[in-house]
Design a protein around this ligand. Structure first.
Ligand code: ATP
Ligand code: LTN
Length: 337
């Protein structure tokens, strides 16, 4: 009997090269990227969103370096360009081209509701540019060009994936089935790792307080020190509480890095103070990050290899993206050249 052919699902995700990646980026996003890559049921597609990074002022030489560093770091986390399609956004012009068209199918009202826009325009009040506002239309282009089924992201990006769905549905309802309708995929634990200094805020690579985040490039000593300084409370009991408390955040980190449940962690640390608990969290994080850091240090020296990988990635991605872009051009009524 013939085995039925099941179509592989396309998964797409991207990350901005706005700084060295944090433990939050790793646990909320990058770790899942690798799982999808290793799962036979998916075509995995990943991109460094350098065009999105321009929505906040960048120093050109730093953006250039960070983009290459981001590419190397993602490979160090386990993304293999032979297994996943992995490229840099500006190398595939179809993204910017499709974004223009999708901008014209995106409403001012829906963009005005985006939490990230509100947060970032408050943070960069001197530079509330049009790109920051229409950011979700470019993100929709990224996703829709690859006929994406699933978009694994951290909790903060859910709203942007939902707007991409709305744009796709709107476009399809006018022109027929041009786009797959994507779904966000948010991890149950780890989707929102909080700042170690202010557990009400998400851990973010652009935070001014260096003690608020763990970077994937931090040394073991730095990791231990930052966890020792992490804000907890005066209760001195390792218990998961609803709400954004420091202890719950550390428990989430320990849970995703070791696979232990909250109940197991509570039992393990019953009657022990926060000192032992923080050391255990730091050790679990080091076990996860140390190999990534070592591999990164090896890869970043091999510029020729990195260039060969991102060139191949751009070529392959352009082929797929141009197919969808061609359809969009035809549907909207552009006169072909
Ligand atoms: P920035 O500080 O420049 O806004 P960021 O650290 O928030 O950047 P992004 O490039 O916006 O990082 O996000 C990359 C991916 O990492 C996204 O999928 C995002 O949801 C996820 N992510 C970011 N921060 C966290 C976090 N604290 N916990 C879990 N996932 C996160
Ligand atoms: N906005 C995302 C990065 C991003 C993205 C995407 C994520 C750009 N394009 C497409 C998923 C799919 C962020 O993480 N800040």
């Amino acid at each position: 009997m013939e085995t039925p052919i099941t179509k592989k699902k396309n998964i797409f995700s991207a990350i901005q090269p706005t700084g060295t990646f944090t433990l939050g980026n790793y646990l909320g996003a990058l770790k899942y990227w690798v799982r999808f890559q290793e799962n036979e049921d998916y075509n995995a597609i990943f991109c460094i969103a350098d065009e999105h990074a321009l929505t906040v002022r960048q120093v050109p030489s730093e953006l250039r370096n960070r983009t290459l560093e981001a590419y190397a770091m993602i490979m160090a986390c386990g993304i293999d360009p032979e297994k996943s399609l992995f490229f840099i956004q500006n190398h595939v012009p179809a993204h910017a081209q499709a974004a223009w068209i999708l901008n014209c199918y995106t409403q001012f009202g829906e963009l005005s509701r985006m939490t990230q826009f509100k947060d970032k325009s408050a943070k960069h009040a001197d530079n509330i540019n049009a790109g920051l506002f229409t950011y979700p239309a470019l993100m929709a282009a990224d996703i829709l060009l690859y006929q994406t089924d699933i978009v694994p992201v951290g909790d903060d990006q859910k709203q942007h994936v939902e707007i991409a769905r709305n744009i796709a549905q709107r476009f399809n309802s006018v022109y027929g089935d041009v786009f797959n309708i994507p779904e966000p995929l948010i991890a149950k634990v780890g989707a929102r790792i909080m700042s170690l200094q202010d557990p009400a805020k998400k851990m973010s690579k652009s935070d001014e307080n260096i003690n608020s985040y763990i970077l994937l490039t931090d040394t073991n000593d730095q990791i231990i020190k930052k966890f020792k300084r992490a804000v907890t409370d005066s209760e001195a009991s390792v218990k998961y509480r609803n709400g954004k408390t420091g202890v719950s955040n550390l428990m989430s980190i320990l849970s995703v890095t070791t696979g232990k449940t909250f109940e197991q962690i509570e039992t393990e640390f019953e009657g022990k103070g926060y000192g032992d608990f923080k050391t255990a969290v730091a050790e679990a994080v080091i076990a996860e990050i140390e190999p990534v850091r070592n591999e990164y240090e090896r890869l970043i020296k091999d510029k020729a290899y990195l260039e060969q990988c991102y060139r191949k990635g751009a070529e392959k991605a352009s082929k797929i993206a141009n197919r969808t872009l061609g359809k969009m051009y035809k549907k909207v009524g552009f006169l072909p050249l």
